[in-house]
Design a binder for this molecule. Structure first.
Ligand SMILES: [Cu+2]
Length: 206
């Protein structure tokens, strides 16, 4: 019985060994006593290649996956940078479009305030009797003066010393009223308030 068992074990081992491609099948079959001693050896021998094959396979997979992961990371970074660049380009494009429109667009209107309290001297000390007191515009542009004061003022071309130039004159602009003038010709235009001669300003037309 023991002999058959051994033979059976040996046979099984032999089959396993053949399956694994080992050549010592004859030894385990021909000699029963050594077969008993070789049996555990064969067991370990046959299991070892399997045990070795798995780690190698894992390593191989890892080696295969490593560049993949690295590439994925690089791809992600490239995508992020590309998105950022696209945003910057978009922003720059908008700025260029805005500036181009500003340069190529038609006449615009510029606002000048006539501030509160200008009916008494003092604003001339900071050149703030019209705000802004000096502006530069393009030919064809319009300047609109808004009197946010309660007192009436004028916007009169010329200067207090030389008097009205006759180019433009608002006559009295009441509180909260406004006056607009379109400058068609390039030049430098001084103006003042006929009621309060300390109030002076200028429009430079390019
Ligand atoms: Cu005035």
């Amino acid at each position: 019985m023991a002999g058959i068992d051994r033979a059976a074990i040996a046979f099984t081992i032999a089959i396993t060994a053949i399956g694994a491609g080992f050549a010592f099948v004859g030894d385990s079959v021909d000699y029963s006593p050594p077969a008993a001693t070789t049996a555990p050896k064969v067991m370990t021998d046959t299991s070892e290649p399997k045990a070795q094959a798995d780690p190698f396979a894992d390593i191989a997979e890892k080696v295969k996956e490593a560049p993949k992961q690295a590439m994925d990371e690089v791809k992600e970074e490239v995508e992020e940078v590309t998105e950022e660049v696209a945003e910057v380009v978009e922003d720059l494009g908008e700025v260029v479009i805005e500036e181009t429109l500003e340069m190529t667009s038609g006449p615009t209107t510029h606002i000048v305030d006539i501030p509160v309290g200008t009916s008494v001297p003092g604003c001339e000390e900071t050149n703030a009797c019209y705000l802004p007191a000096d502006i530069t515009i393009n030919a064809g542009d319009t300047v609109e003066w808004i009197n946010i004061d309660t007192a009436a003022h004028t916007v009169t071309g010329g200067s207090p010393a030389d008097g009205p130039s006759g180019v433009f004159d608002s006559s009295l602009v009441m509180g909260n009223a406004k006056y607009a003038f379109t400058f068609e010709e390039a030049g430098s235009y001084d103006y003042f308030c006929m009621v309060h001669p300390w109030m002076v300003g200028s429009v430079t037309v390019n």
